[in-house]
Write a protein that binds this ligand. Sequence first.
Ligand SMILES: NC(=O)c1ccc[n+]([C@@H]2O[C@H](COP(=O)([O-])OP(=O)(O)OC[C@H]3O[C@@H](n4cnc5c(N)ncnc54)[C@H](O)[C@@H]3O)[C@@H](O)[C@H]2O)c1
Ligand SMILES: [Zn+2]
Length: 347
Amino acid sequence: MIFTEKNISNDVNTYLSKNNFSSIFILIDENTKQDCLPLLKLDFTYKIIEIKSGEEHKTLETCQFIWKTLLENNADRKSLLINLGGGVICDMGGFCASTYKRGIDFINIPTTLLALVDASVGSKTGIDFQAQKNMIGIFSEASEIFINTQFLKTLTTRELLSGFAEVLKHGLIYEEKYFNDCITSYLDKTIDWKDVVKKSIKIKSSIVEKDPKENGLRKILNYGHTFGHAFESYSLQFHKKSLLHGEAVVLGIICSLHLSEKYIFIKEEKINEIITKIQAIYKFINIEDFNLNKLFNFVMNDKKNISNKLNYIILREIGNPIFDFEVTKNDFEDSLLFLNKKVFKND
Ligand SMILES: NC(=O)c1ccc[n+]([C@@H]2O[C@H](COP(=O)([O-])OP(=O)(O)OC[C@H]3O[C@@H](n4cnc5c(N)ncnc54)[C@H](O)[C@@H]3O)[C@@H](O)[C@H]2O)c1
Ligand SMILES: [Zn+2]
């Protein structure tokens, strides 16, 4: 991983000149084409592969387009794919590169907060399938990751806050002070994204290093995601205006916090204090109706469940998560009722 705040073009050019790639491809969407590609001035010739932005395009059809473009342009096993974009581009580009001709090199240049602190790091690549999040994919490590927060300047607040959900998750599972500092500095408008990105990558990397293939400890990085992915998948399929990944994760985190209270790990006042802090930032999340049974089907399809058991990550205290905690359908329903009351103020 290269932290390259000063001059990303120089650093990427140096990397390219050290490696003898037969051809170079850059995967972008219409937004990263406009806002990010101009910041990357390469001394090498490359071919652009442009896809449409958005989670709804993280599909097999888009992969086919990417593989087809690689093939038509004679990409061989010494070619390189540069993923210039958010989590969708990094996840799908990594997957396409890792499967094309049994695998070519790819590098990640994350351009959203979410991709900087989370999606570009840790070797998970993949796509959605049959309306289920990240159903098809493989662990595959990027040859290099270039970290530069300049890209955040053009990101919308909604997208920035979607990524911030993963940062807050890092605080909740790892260090309460980090969670509190992030909330306070964001609200004070003193937040330094360089520091946040560094710290969050450090937290994520330290966990991934200990358990790269998610046999145990790494599961804690999925905090809030069992419910979160269900909200996200459901919303993608049924809502007119879909939730963003991080927005769905925020809802998932609130549901998970409720279970810490229900199982008497954390006191109600503490849970309320944390949720109030989260709500100070995420005032705007507004969801259309969710059908409980349909939502529950998404929860049961979560990759983290083995043999139909509902495995869950729950906080024993802030910064101290437990994984493979078994919960019931009733817990799940309770959490949704709690969410409804707490966030949406419906009784
Ligand atoms: N692999 C992992 O470990 C991992 C971890 C977390 C999330 N994810 C995945 O990441 C995805 C979400 O990532 P995301 O939030 O980055 O979404 P995204 O890739 O869809 O990007 C969000 C939007 O921002 C635009 N954009 C990107 N960079 C920009 C910039 N610098 N300026 C202006 N606009 C820009 C994109 O075009 C897109 O419209 C989900 O699919 C999620 O499953 C993967
Ligand atoms: Zn996530």
